[in-house]
Write a protein that binds this ligand. Structure first.
Ligand SMILES: [Zn+2]
Length: 139
């Protein structure tokens, strides 16, 4: 594995910025939608519909939460692209820590390119991502 090249970095950056704009618009629209739905719940007395409305709203709020998480991850990734970032962009945060502790070679901390192409805001290699998610679920 290798550090992303300048060209690759520029490509990932433009994808990340584009995605951040798209998600920002989505989240804004969904928030409005959820707000409108909750206002309607109070004024309309369609009890039969209310169940679905609430389920829809919970679903929308879940989506908003997911998208906001992704937006935070994208912002982090963009920050890590700056030269004074603590953990450089493209490196797995956990593998980076292991490099500091001399448990891993520097060349082994980079996230594989296919993963970055698919998830350019990734901050962990697949192995560590799974570990982080397992820990989160059990927490
Ligand atoms: Zn890792």
């Amino acid at each position: 594995m290798a550090k992303p090249s300048k060209t690759e970095m520029a490509k990932y950056r433009s994808v990340l910025e584009q995605q951040l704009r798209t998600l920002g618009g989505d989240v804004g629209a969904m928030r409005e939608e959820a707000l409108r739905a909750s206002e309607q719940d109070n004024s309309v007395d369609h009890l039969a519909d209310q169940g679905t409305d609430n389920a829809d709203q919970a679903f929308t709020l879940g989506l908003i939460e997911n998208e906001e998480e992704t937006m935070t991850a994208i912002q982090d990734a963009l920050e890590r692209m700056s030269s004074d970032a603590k953990v450089p962009y493209g490196a797995c945060m956990k593998c980076f820590g292991e490099v500091q502790e001399k448990q891993r070679k520097k060349s082994e901390m980079w996230i594989p390119k296919p993963r970055l192409t698919y998830v350019p805001w990734a901050s962990y290699c697949i192995e560590h991502q799974e570990e982080v998610e397992r820990n989160r679920e059990s927490a």
